[in-house]
Every structure is written in structure tokens, then in C-alpha cells.
Design a protein around this ligand. Structure first.
Ligand code: NAP
Length: 301
């Protein structure tokens, strides 16, 4: 039996790692991180806890008291948990969101590994270096902000945020522009004008949960999305379930290359593992566990 598949032997020294979210039952992180601990021979288990917002403070205080190994934090807690840590990495401060808690000596630190995880996926799995390139990011929420900042840090020369609620895209573009003065940052709505202006972008990223639902917003979204994609475009979806999202299927139909969202999930998790344990993550075991948990297997990017 592969070491990553062996049963966990819990004893008096087993450490606890967790993910906190609400809801959380859908999370793939337990499968991914338990496989990582087993493959790396780490005596730890990883559990998911459904924590409503009103109990987040008590949950983090409880984890501190128990001397946990480390944690991931997901929606809706990524912003609020930043007030509950002793120190914040600069990426987490800029992103105004935390997805990883870890100990630095006896202080509890917050990191945001989403953006760096996306860059690792982009460079390592799609062979695309964002330096000098312009990216169109669909969405203006937490994921759009994290990915946009990471692209700017990676040397992107331009970012265009397009969002259903244009004001939110404008506010995000202003914030990212202040944090990344070397990058030209623009904003727009999901309008035909936006679609025409950004036609043929090298990199298009979906940072929304939008799916083909049929409402007027959805119809406009898909019209804009389709017009952005061409044979020279790399299309990345942050959504990872199903593996072949409608966004990626459309990209392939338009002759574009497609980068599925599970690669970002993998690398943000690998970077969290490194924060907790101070050593490289066993990414082979982690991606195998992720793919096994996802329906229908994986498609190569
Ligand atoms: P968020 O903060 O709630 O933002 C959601 C964004 O999507 C907003 O810009 C929203 O537009 C837009 N949106 C929602 N429904 C839409 C629709 N029907 N049509 C068009 N736009 C729509 O969420 P988030 O944290 O940024 O996450 C966004 C997605 O990324 C989620 O699906 C999440 O699962 C995924 N994600 C994946 C990873 C990974 O590791 N692969 C990591 C983080 C997030 P409005 O402003 O108009 O409401």
C-alpha cells in the first residue's frame, strides 16, 4: 500500500490541523492534507470544522489553547480572522484576507497563500510567466483581489477587472493600483464595450462562481467571456468543481488553453503545508488525493 493511502495511526503525539469555514462539508482540503501528512510521515490529522461567524473568535482561541499545528481559513472567515492573529504577512495584509494560520515561535501568524499558489500553478502547470503581460480578471471579490495582486507582484504590466457590479471593480482597481504602482489597472462592467476592448487578452481568469443559470446577468457574463477568448489566450478558472467547468469548456471550444482551478487549490495548500512544517510539501500525493476526490478525474491543463 502506498504510504499516502495508509490508515492514520492516532496516538498521544498526533497533532491537529484544521480548516474553518461555514459551510465546510464540501471541502477537499482534508483529503489533500491528510494524504500529505501520510506521504511525508508527519504524525498529524487534518479535520474540517463548520464554524458560524459568531463563533470564529472562540474557535481560534480554542485552537490556540490546544496548541494546534496549523489551520486553513475559508469563506466567510478570511477577512475577520485577520483581527485574531498576532502577525500578518504582507501578502495577507495587502489582500485583506487570511487563508492560513501558523506558528512563528509562540506567535500566531496569518498568511494568504492563494495568490502565490495561483502564480505557481500558472508558471508550473501552464508555463506562463505573467511578467509584461496584461490579464483580464472576471470578478471583484476576495479571490480577484488576491490573484490580481499576485499577478502584479509577478510583473504583470496590466490588469483589467470586469465585474457584474462595476463600482466594486472600480474600487478594487483603485486599491490594487495603490498597492502595485508599476501595473496599469483598469476596471469595467460586463458590457459589450468591455468585451471588445479586451478581445484577445493573453490571460483571462474567472474569479466568480458564475455558471450558466439563464438570468440576464448570466447571459451578459457568458457573452463577454466568449469574446475575450481566442487561440492565443490562457484561460484559468478558480472554480475547481466540476473539474471541467463551463468556463473551461468554453475556452477549449474557442481554441484557448485551459488551466483548471484545482491547480491553485493544490499550490495554496502546498504553501500552507510549508508554513506549518518548514519543509517542502509532497505535491504528488496531494494532487493524487485531490483528483481522486473530484468527480470524473482530471483533465491536463
Ligand atoms: P466573493 O468575494 O464572494 O466574490 C464573488 C465575485 O463573483 C464577485 O465579483 C461577484 O460579483 C461575482 N459573481 C457572483 N455571482 C456571479 C454571477 N452569477 N455572474 C457574474 N458574477 C458573479 O468570492 P471569492 O472569494 O472572490 O471567490 C470567487 C470564486 O473563486 C469562488 O467560486 C471560489 O470558490 C473560487 N476560489 C477558488 C480558489 C482555489 O484555490 N481554486 C481559491 C479562492 C477562491 P458582484 O460583485 O457583482 O456580486
Amino acid at each position: 500500500m502506498d504510504r499516502a493511502e495508509a490508515p492514520v495511526a492516532i496516538d498521544g503525539e498526533t497533532r491537529l490541523a484544521v480548516v474553518l469555514g461555514h459551510p465546510i462539508a464540501h471541502s477537499l482540503s482534508p483529503a489533500m492534507h491528510n494524504a500529505a501528512f501520510r506521504a511525508a510521515g508527519v504524525n498529524a490529522v487534518y479535520c474540517a470544522f463548520d464554524v458560524p461567524p459568531a463563533r470564529l473568535g472562540a474557535a481560534v482561541a480554542g485552537l490556540r489553547a490546544l496548541g494546534f499545528l496549523g489551520a486553513n481559513v475559508t469563506a466567510p472567515h478570511k477577512e475577520a480572522v485577520a483581527d485574531l492573529v498576532d502577525g500578518l504577512e504582507s501578502e495577507a495584509r495587502d489582500a485583506a484576507a487570511v487563508n492560513t494560520l501558523y506558528w512563528r515561535e509562540s506567535a500566531l501568524w496569518g498568511a494568504n497563500t492563494d495568490g502565490a499558489g495561483f502564480l505557481l500553478a500558472l508558471r508550473g502547470r501552464a508555463g506562463l510567466d505573467p511578467a509584461g503581460k496584461t490579464a483580464v480578471v472576471l470578478g471583484a471579490g476576495g479571490a480577484a483581489r488576491g490573484v490580481g495582486l499576485a499577478l502584479a507582484r509577478g510583473g504583470a504590466s496590466g490588469l483589467v477587472f470586469l465585474n457584474r457590479t462595476p463600482d466594486r471593480a472600480t474600487r478594487l482597481a483603485e486599491a490594487v493600483g495603490r498597492l502595485a504602482p508599476g501595473c496599469r489597472v483598469e476596471a469595467g462592467g460586463l458590457s459589450p464595450e468591455a468585451a471588445g476592448r479586451d478581445r484577445g487578452a493573453e490571460l483571462v481568469i474567472n474569479a466568480t462562481p458564475a455558471g450558466p443559470g439563464g438570468g440576464p446577468d448570466e447571459a451578459r457574463f457568458w457573452k463577454v467571456v466568449e469574446s475575450l477568448m481566442g487561440p492565443g489566450t490562457l484561460v484559468a478558472d478558480l472554480v475547481y468543481r466540476p473539474v471541467e467547468t463551463p468556463f473551461l469548456a468554453l475556452a477549449r471550444r474557442r481554441g484557448a488553453r485551459a488551466l483548471p482551478g484545482y491547480w491553485m487549490l493544490l499550490y495554496q495548500g502546498a504553501l500552507a503545508f510549508e508554513r506549518w512544517l518548514g519543509r517542502p510539501a509532497p505535491v504528488g500525493a496531494m494532487i493524487a488525493a485531490l483528483v481522486a476526490s473530484l468527480e470524473g478525474g482530471a483533465h491536463p491543463p
